[in-house]
Design a protein around this ligand. Structure first.
Ligand code: AMP
Ligand code: ZN
Length: 139
């Protein structure tokens, strides 16, 4: 059995709030968001990082960020979004399954960056995922 938490999310062995899925990729809410709506996009197939993943997978992750980013922004009423990759331990990568962070940002929210992590109040994570899914489905 895999010990990779994102593989477990892919296999529904670990719960997640999914906002998008297709045959090859899924997107779900980060459990410790920098801002509410912070979303992770991953391939279903396990690659440790950008260096291990085929070029096409990396390109497709970015294509999905272009689709999901604006939907997140609309759903949580943000102004913009960051697309981020931590590649390798020294760069802050904690989960060794390649992923893109899509982080909604508001004018003047201050760069909370990777240290200013939050927690959703009870029920808020599911409600946020639902809003993002609704925006994506209408596109
Ligand atoms: P990184 O530091 O780029 O490897 O980011 C890994 C991210 O995965 C962190 O932002 C974590 O908050 C997030 N994370 C870890 N476990 C889970 C989980 N079970 N569900 C959702 N997000 C998770
Ligand atoms: Zn994995």
């Amino acid at each position: 059995m895999t010990s990779c938490v994102f593989c477990k999310i892919v296999a529904w062995e670990t719960p997640s709030q999914r906002v998008y899925e297709d045959d090859s990729y899924i997107a779900f809410l980060d459990i410790n968001p920098i801002n509410f709506g912070h979303t992770l996009i991953i391939p279903r197939k396990h690659y440790a990082n950008v260096d291990e993943a085929p070029e096409e997978e990396v390109a497709n992750l970015m294509k999905l960020a272009k689709k999901i980013g604006p939907a997140v922004v609309r759903a949580v009423d943000a102004d913009a979004y960051n697309i981020g990759v931590n590649n390798g331990r020294a760069a802050g990568q904690l989960v060794d399954h390649v992923h893109l962070h899509v982080i909604p940002r508001n004018e003047g929210d201050g760069l909370k960056a990777w240290l200013g992590r939050g927690r959703y109040p009870e029920g808020e994570m599911g409600a946020t995922a639902k809003k993002i899914k609704e925006v994506l489905e209408k596109q």
